[in-house]
Design a protein around this ligand. Structure first.
Ligand SMILES: Cc1cc2nc3c(=O)[nH]c(=O)nc-3n(C[C@H](O)[C@H](O)[C@H](O)COP(=O)(O)O)c2cc1C
Length: 239
């Protein structure tokens, strides 16, 4: 979560049994960094880090986590420049770089980044392919469902075909406080890429339903905002 999920935040959640934590989202090239400043200008939290300081900052945060834990670390990145993501993938403590094709802040979508990447499949394919080819860590792509004009199944197929390791699906249903589990089932039936299912997981029941719909992993954001989790992740039955 931009402006929130730094090392200190992740370290609070790790004791709840997560096997991967995510730093960021970070804005990693000039257009996204400029967009981030505009987002802050209207009062939303962001990580305000210059291009020159980004690698050092992520390395510092990653080291702080890995000094205390040997689980997996991913970094969520908003960028239109493959090289800025590849540089982050070279950090020894970073296990996964995650392409953010999810952000819906207008300052990010208006430059063609975040969820706007989903509306431009040709660009997305070439962009993500460059990252996958040159990345030194695993690659995840985070998408949002129900973006107007986007065929999610086609997009997941593209992401699987270019060789990404994970598809992280925010299965949001606009206006509802529940995930679109039918869409997770459809993705699972057509693709073999590892699915991280996300949205409205607030308790054991919603976590289990996501797994039973075909996600191999889950991610939790708002229910962990307070730096705590109110249920036991070890009770989830993996299929
Ligand atoms: C304050 C806040 C900041 C967020 N920032 C990011 C971000 O930087 N990158 C990202 O991929 N998702 C971001 N998200 C989305 C969450 O990671 C997650 O996909 C979404 O909230 C749905 O999951 P949930 O129901 O578990 O909260 C953010 C969400 C919140 C509430």
């Amino acid at each position: 979560m931009a402006g929130i999920t730094n090392a200190d935040f992740c370290l609070k959640l790790i004791p709840y049994g997560f096997d991967m934590v995510t730093l960021g989202g970070y804005n990693a090239d000039k257009p996204t960094i400029d967009a981030g400043k505009k987002i802050m200008g209207r009062g939303r939290l962001e990580f305000d880090i210059s291009e020159g300081e980004l690698i050092y900052t992520i390395e510092k945060e990653a080291n702080k986590i890995k000094e205390n834990w040997d689980g997996k670390l991913s970094v969520n990145i908003r960028s239109l420049t493959p090289d800025s993501i590849i540089e982050i993938s070279k950090l020894k403590k970073v296990d996964v770089v995650e392409i953010n094709a999810h952000c819906r802040q207008k300052e990010i979508t208006s430059i063609g980044c975040g969820q706007a990447l989903l509306t431009n499949p040709d660009f997305m394919e070439e962009f993500a392919l460059q990252v996958v080819k040159k990345s030194k860590s695993k690659v995840s792509v985070k998408i949002r469902t129900h973006v107007a004009g986007v065929d999610e199944l086609k997009m997941v197929q593209i992401i699987e075909d270019i060789g990404a390791d994970f598809i992280h699906v925010d299965a949001m249903k606009p206006g509802l406080k529940e995930a679109d589990l039918d869409l997770i089932k459809k993705i699972k039936s057509r693709c073999s890429i590892f699915i991280i299912g996300n949205n409205s997981i607030t308790d054991l029941d919603s976590a289990q339903k996501m797994i039973d719909s075909g996600a191999q992993g889950i991610s939790i954001a708002r229910a962990a905002l307070g730096g705590k989790l109110n249920f036991d992740l070890s009770k989830i039955r993996l299929s």
